[in-house]
Design a protein around this ligand. Sequence first.
Ligand SMILES: [Cu+2]
Length: 148
Amino acid sequence: MLVGTAVLANCAAPARDRANGGASAHAREIVITTVPLLTKEIATTYQFLKKDFAPGGVLAGKEVYEFMPSTITVFEGDTLRLTFINPEDDAHSFVMKDLAVSIPGQSETHAIYVAAKAGIYDFVCAIPAHLPMMRGQLVVLNQEGTAR
Ligand SMILES: [Cu+2]
């Protein structure tokens, strides 16, 4: 907990320090939970979902999960200490430019990612049954606070 406190204090540094050639890049603790929204199990509670999951239904062969949060905003040069929490028994993955993480069921998984260049980067779970719904974006701002 002391390390987390130190990171938070460090990230509260004035924005002007950021214009210092990246010397003030921060480490950021980011927790992403994989959350089931519309899964086959939920069809036992919401009967109308049975039609959606049936052949020809809008969710045939699919299940809806989300990454929470699904939008992450950081600054260029930041080191992201990612923690993925998957409380459910289905496996997931977190795939984006230069990073691919397997997320087993009922697990906590860690990864490190350096947000090297400003831009907006899509990430997805690559499990076919979870696409195209399980996705998000990493927004990497430059020192001026834009993502271009
Ligand atoms: Cu998934």
